[in-house]
Design a protein around this ligand. Structure first.
Ligand code: ATP
Ligand code: MG
Length: 272
């Protein structure tokens, strides 16, 4: 305890009346605002319910930790730059029998991030790849992992900018600070050779170090078309799938289905 802290805290000799200001001061020093805000209310509850000192302390600390964790999650979701926040809870699994529920439940625990493993979501347009990628990203953020989401073209633009400025290595290092990066829409826009090389460097720099989640409308066999180079594509796929869960989704587009259902409803309404 510094002299200043001792003086303020009174080394335990504060009078009962001085306690609130002493606690306010100490919680500020400790940067535990939730304790500062709730100690009095919880103390009353503790007295009413005859908690032991230990129970009171545990309840107070628990409140502080829960608050810090939820603030951390909110921050991680904000900094992940998801295009929208979609959740796995909103995802209708009945529409997608090709998706194994046990695999999805396992991925939702986020342990793949701890192991720097990858997730590849392959399937046709509208099947729910982006929704699942965001939902899993949100789960990873809840589990305490930093996440960064972007489309493949934006990732490339970012790397190109860094490359032109002569700081590609620094950028790759910065990206490595994120435990999970999500690369959406590989395959829609073809990359020239330079872009493909940059993309390869991104994947290589995370190999066995940080997780990558990729969504693509193309099966691996056609990635050579997107990256205008079969050799680079093969080397990239090799690194991506070495420690990965590959989910190949099949079925109808959810967008088309929703549209179909809407039209059917309108038709029924005009008939009735
Ligand atoms: N099983 C589902 N349950 C609930 N909503 C779904 C489901 N599948 C897709 N959707 C919704 O349908 C829309 C299209 O899904 P999404 O954008 O994830 O498709 P996608 O596979 O990424 O398609 P694209 O390849 O065109 O980008 C989104 O609004 C998404 O939330
Ligand atoms: Mg998508």
């Amino acid at each position: 305890m510094t002299t200043a802290t001792k003086a303020k805290a009174g080394t335990g000799t504060a009078t009962k009346d001085g306690l609130p200001s002493m606690i306010a001061y100490l919680t500020r020093v400790l940067k535990t605002p939730t304790i500062g805000a709730f100690w009095e209310e919880l103390a009353e509850q503790a007295r009413d319910e005859n908690w032991s000192h230990e129970e009171y302390l545990a309840a107070l600390l628990q409140r502080q930790v829960a608050d810090r964790e939820s603030k951390g999650t909110v921050m991680r979701i904000r900094t992940a730059h998801f295009p929208q926040v979609k959740t796995l809870e909103d995802f209708n699994l009945d529409h997608l029998p090709s998706l194994r529920r046990d695999v999805l439940a396992h991925l939702a625990t986020g342990t793949f991030v701890a192991k720097a493993e990858n997730v590849i979501l392959l399937g046709p347009p509208g099947i729910g790849k982006t929704h699942l990628a965001i939902g899993l990203g949100v789960k990873a953020a809840h589990a305490g992992y930093s996440v960064l989401f972007d489309t493949a073209s934006n990732w490339i633009a970012r790397l190109q900018g860094a490359h032109q400025a002569g700081r590609l290595d620094a950028e790759l290092k910065k990206i490595r600070r994120y435990k999970l990066i999500i690369i959406d829409e590989v395959g829609y826009i073809p990359f020239d050779q330079d872009a493909a090389n940059l993309f390869f460097q991104l994947i290589a720099s995370r190999y066995e170090q940080g997780s990558v989640m990729v969504t693509s409308n193309l099966p691996f066999g056609r990635w050579g078309e997107t990256f205008s180079d079969d050799v680079v594509a093969a080397a990239m796929i090799d690194r991506l799938v070495h420690h990965a869960e590959v989910l190949t989704l099949t079925g109808d587009s959810y967008r088309t289905r929703q549209r179909r259902e809407l039209l059917a409803k309108e038709n029924r309404a005009t008939r009735d």
